[in-house]
Design a binder for this molecule. Structure first.
Ligand SMILES: Nc1ncnc2c1ncn2[C@@H]1O[C@H](COP(=O)(O)OP(=O)(O)O)[C@@H](O)[C@H]1O
Ligand SMILES: [Mg+2]
Length: 281
């Protein structure tokens, strides 16, 4: 089932001359984990905002084409209705914190309070999402006493507690150390295995390669390519788009080690290892 259908999406911010999105079309199935990569200002964040309705409801400007998420035409739907289906996590968790709640627990409860769910279910959802992001131990702490990484995980937990069908994450691990990033990716992958559709913008290509089902390469507001990570990272022109392949892929490209059947380079260390071993047999 298609969870996201984008057709010829064009968008220009107010008071600017150039389109930020220049006629983008793609579809995403339920439960897919999609990575979005591309250089600065290529339109990644704008596309995220268009998927959750901030474009065109909050950012006005010129808008054309259509975005349908979980059956809702975004431009024709209320943000409140959309937010039940699709949640967004921003790069900077400070922008996402209410600033008025005294504990992490209350902060996460805030998003659930208007959803008409029972106290008991609220507690279950909050506990589950806190544990999933490994911040249950901070539940009674003041959100502003958390580190950047912990706060980011709180922001993700508060979206997850709302159980959206689709979650959009715009560089969610930029505040996190390698271990924190891995934990976030694993938690998000588990959600995608449970059927949540994931759209994630990231610069950590090792992680994008490892976790994404498909990767979208954006440049100047256009989709250059949208395919399995092996295909994307085997391209010879990634540098033109400000993207570097994962380290293992680069080493294998340098050594000419590729899968003989598919002609593609490996994207993870395990795949690279298997190929090297088979070359030496
Ligand atoms: N709030 C805004 N107002 C005007 N132009 C914007 C705004 N946000 C982004 N843009 C423009 O839209 C284009 C795409 O930017 P963005 O979506 O932020 O790219 P990315 O997330 O890939 O860095 C850029 O040309 C940028 O200058
Ligand atoms: Mg951005």
């Amino acid at each position: 089932m298609k969870k996201i259908i984008v057709e010829n999406l064009k968008y220009r911010y107010p008071l600017t001359n150039e389109l930020a999105l220049k006629g983008i079309s793609f579809e995403v199935d339920k439960g897919e984990f999609i990575g979005i990569v591309g250089k600065n200002l290529s339109g990644k964040s704008t596309l995220c905002q268009a998927l959750v309705g901030l474009v065109p409801h909050f950012y006005k400007g010129a808008y054309g084409g259509s975005v349908i998420v979980d059956g809702l035409e975004v431009s024709q739907s209320e943000i409140s209705e959309l937010s039940q289906k699709v949640g967004i996590v921003f790069q900077n968790p400070f922008t996402q914190v209410t600033g008025s709640k005294l504990t992490v627990y209350e902060e996460i409860a805030f998003g659930l309070e208007n959803m008409g769910i029972s106290r008991e279910e609220m507690r279950e959802r909050i506990d589950h999402s806190l544990k999933l992001l490994d911040i249950y131990k901070f539940k009674d702490r003041n959100p502003f006493d958390l580190s950047g990484g912990q706060m980011q995980r709180m922001a993700i937990a508060s979206i997850i507690a709302m159980k959206p069908e689709i979650i959009v994450l715009d560089e969610p691990t930029s505040q996190l150390d390698p271990q924190g990033s891995e934990e976030v990716f694993k938690a998000i992958q588990n959600l995608s295995k449970e059927g949540m559709t994931v759209i994630m913008v990231e610069h950590k290509m090792e992680k994008i390669a490892k976790y994404s089902d498909r990767v979208m390469l954006l440049n100047h507001g256009e989709i250059v390519d949208f395919d399995i990570p092996e295909k994307i990272f085997s391209r010879g022109d990634l540098g033109d788009y400000g993207v570097t392949a994962p380290a293992f892929t680069k080493i294998c490209k340098g050594l000419g080690i590729k899968n003989k059947i598919t002609g593609l380079y490996p994207i993870t260390i395990d795949e690279a290892y298997d190929l090297v071993v088979s070359y030496n047999e």
